[in-house]
Design a protein around this ligand. Structure first.
Ligand code: PMP
Length: 378
């Protein structure tokens, strides 16, 4: 009975995708990508077999960059790169570029699982100072500004704007203005407007809000290129990618193509990042209200002041109930709700392409599930 209610709000037989990533993509993008697998109009080729040296693909890269520039209001002294290696490779490329030749330590905020990964990779390149850590509190909150001990001088500050596993999100850029800011925005890039000029380098893999896995977007300020030490392997040297226009070697053509389609969708169907942010706020509100109204049946992992609009991590009264919830949710047409393997519990990811209707359907399923549990009254 419940399944039909959920399926009513869908246009096809796919289950509703709440996965932590790769995640949901817009329906119109999936339709167009499907057509392009058959043939990209005007080329006589499938997008999966077309040359990365074709004029068509050069135009795809150029348009993707142009759309990003427009959406982010990027000034001319920032470069946009489409790289491989995921967010994980940036954990190394950033310190290779900015820490190797520096006289200062790099400063990191340790706010969860992914910033922890970034810290251990940076330590392989040089000295790292952790300006604040939430480890002792189980990464349940982000720091208040006056708790962080920033140094006057640092090679750079690195932080993660949205901790995907724990569901913690910063609102404001962190750090001192005179220290170059580097931010891993893998799970909230392009989900809301941002002031790029407050950052030296921002990176985000595509598979949350931008497209399929395979491509990682790096936006960097020109002066970062001056810090690249000589002798790096070419693939790890941002300058090589800048001069090759992101086609240094064979790039993931399909992923970049779909990322272009998503950037068009953001521009034309959504109407830009301000409009996207309003939709994302609404989705998060609806879900957090459901959690807060459950009388403690659903418990959010994050402290209310640090809650993420992208990833909502929560627990139920027992692991047994969580298993039951996941099983019933799958049967009811919801996908990807298991928490990250390191944290357990439940996690609903509300990336750009997840609709308000999908979140409302999830919330009504959550209420339905709670009502079905004897002795767990609201
Ligand atoms: N940073 C963040 C914030 C992430 O959420 C992830 C993965 N989910 C990564 C980095 C690692 O990215 P990748 O798997 O693309 O290497």
């Amino acid at each position: 009975m419940y399944r039909s209610q959920v399926l009513d709000c869908k246009t096809n037989t796919r289950s509703l995708n709440f996965s932590g990533g790769p995640g949901a993509l817009p329906e119109s993008v999936l339709d167009e990508a499907q057509r392009a697998i058959g043939e990209v109009p005007g080329t006589g080729q499938s997008v999966l077999g077309i040359s990365h040296r074709s004029d068509w693909f050069r135009d795809v890269v150029a348009e993707t960059e142009e759309n990003f520039r427009m959406l982010l209001d990027l000034p001319g002294h920032y470069r946009v790169l489409f790289l491989q290696g995921g967010g994980t490779l940036q954990f190394s490329m950033v310190p290779m570029t900015l820490l190797r030749g520096s006289n200062w330590a790099a400063e990191y905020l340790h706010t969860g699982y992914w910033s922890g990964k970034a810290i251990s990779e940076a330590r392989k390149e040089g000295p790292v100072r952790v300006a604040w850590s939430g480890a002792a509190e189980g990464f349940t909150r982000l720091p208040d500004p006056d708790e962080i001990r920033f140094s006057r001088n640092a090679a750079y500050l690195h932080y993660v704007s949205n901790e995907t596993v724990e569901g913690l999100q910063f609102d404001e850029p962190q750090g001192l203005e005179n220290v170059p800011r580097v931010c891993d925005m893998s799970s909230d890039f392009m989900s809301r407007p941002m002031d790029i000029e407050r950052f030296a380098l921002v990176y985000a893999h595509a598979q949350k809000n931008l497209g399929p896995a395979g491509v990682t977007v790096v936006v960097l300020r020109d002066d970062v290129l001056e810090s690249v030490p000589e002798g790096l392997p070419a693939m790890l040297d941002y300058r090589e990618h800048v001069s090759a226009g992101s086609i240094y070697n064979t790039p993931p053509v399909f992923s970049i193509y779909v990322t272009m389609l998503v950037s068009r969708w953001l521009r034309d169907e959504i109407g830009g990042l301000g409009a996207m942010a309003a939709i994302n706020r609404r989705k998060a509100e609806v879900l957090y209200q459901t959690i807060d109204a459950s009388g403690g049946f659903y418990r959010g992992h994050a402290d209310p002041g640090s809650r993420s609009q992208m990833n909502v991590a929560m627990t139920l009264p027992s692991e047994d109930l969580e298993r039951k919830f996941l099983k019933m949710a799958t049967a009811a047409g919801f996908y990807g709700l298991a928490g990250h393997r390191t944290l357990g519990g439940i996690r609903a990811s509300l990336y750009n392409a997840v609709t308000v209707e999908a979140v409302e359907a999830l919330c009504s399923f959550m209420r339905f599930f709670q009502d079905c549990q004897p002795g767990e009254a609201r």
